[in-house]
Design a protein around this ligand. Structure first.
Ligand SMILES: [Zn+2]
Length: 310
């Protein structure tokens, strides 16, 4: 390999390491903050935003995340911000598709959103925009890195796996197999009258670590199908947010923290711990339900079920 390439590869590795360390610190902040803040009131309903605003926020998050990654590596951020913005827009499109809760397009929406998140992460760490991708499905994540000798590897999504096992142990729940396979996220339904066994704090459902729990019937049978679709659409948007938060935040942070020793580096090679889960949970405690940006986004997307032509 010519020296120039070697140096550029080394510089790229340093930049990626700096980005990962930065993200690790960023993820730790909300966890530290929670020590002094009590549990927030879960009251009110998030107001819907308009689609243009949600798109703009996704673009801005992508651009800023990528730009900050380059700035801390002391590199010009302009190009990375452009790619980050495109990744954010792709993530928006994927979430919009998955919010339809249509078994035929759920997986496309989820993976497209994850690809957008991957482009943001690549731009922030100094990689080419299409150098590496993370594609989640069920308890695994497929990591595809075109710059490493072993291009494709599968890692266990530990957070989703543990949450799936915990949900299976709750009484009155059953796996919604068709929907689970359609999106690659474990989806459980809970029968009417069995809801005392579980908590459904969201809009008739819940999403934790990429695992969805929802009611399989509603009090009004006539509205049942639309209501369940809207609830699932809302929770599926949270799944795509979970993917984004992992790929852009937790994945680089875990790599930064675990690569220091041989045993922990081995863990990082095969297991995604899911540091985004405790951080997200902490943010949920800090921010009242109706003010959470991710709830406003999910509410905005899931209301496409009320439009005549969705
Ligand atoms: Zn929600």
């Amino acid at each position: 390999m010519p020296n120039g390439n070697k140096n550029s590869f080394a510089n790229g590795a340093n930049e990626a390491a700096a980005y990962r360390s930065f993200v690790a610190v960023l993820l730790a902040v909300p966890v530290l903050l929670t020590a002094s803040v009590g549990r927030s009131q879960e009251a009110g309903t998030p107001q819907r935003a308009n689609q243009a605003t949600v798109l703009a926020v996704n673009v801005a998050i992508g651009a800023l995340t990528a730009g900050v990654g380059r700035v801390i590596s002391r590199k010009p951020p302009k190009k990375a911000m452009l790619y980050g913005a495109l990744g954010g827009a792709a993530s928006y499109i994927g979430k919009r598709v998955i919010a339809r809760s249509d078994p035929k397009t759920n997986l496309v929406g989820r993976e497209f959103s994850a690809a957008g998140a991957s482009v943001v992460a690549n731009a922030g760490s100094g990689l080419g925009p299409l150098d590496a991708f993370v594609f989640p499905y069920g308890p695994l994540r497929l990591h595809w890195n075109r710059r490493t000798p072993h291009r494709i590897s599968a890692k266990l999504d530990l957070a989703t796996s543990l949450e799936t096992v915990e949900t299976l142990h709750k009484g009155g729940v059953r796996l919604d197999a068709k929907r689970t396979f359609s999106v690659g996220a474990p989806i459980f339904s809970v029968a009417m009258g069995q809801e005392g066994n579980v908590q459904l704090p969201d809009v008739g459902g819940s999403q934790i670590a990429g695992v969805i729990l929802h009611r399989d019937q509603t009090p009004t049978i006539v509205e049942a199908s639309e209501t369940i679709d809207r609830t699932l659409g809302h929770e599926l948007v949270h799944v795509a947010q979970y993917d984004f938060f992992f790929i852009v935040g937790a994945a680089p942070a875990e790599k930064a923290m675990l690569r220091r020793t041989t045993p922990t580096a081995w863990i990082n090679r095969y297991i995604d711990l899911g540091l985004n889960v405790p951080v997200w949970s902490t943010l949920n405690r800090l921010i009242p339900y109706q003010h959470r940006p991710w709830e406003i986004e999910a509410a905005t997307f899931s209301h496409i079920h009320e439009a005549p032509n969705r």
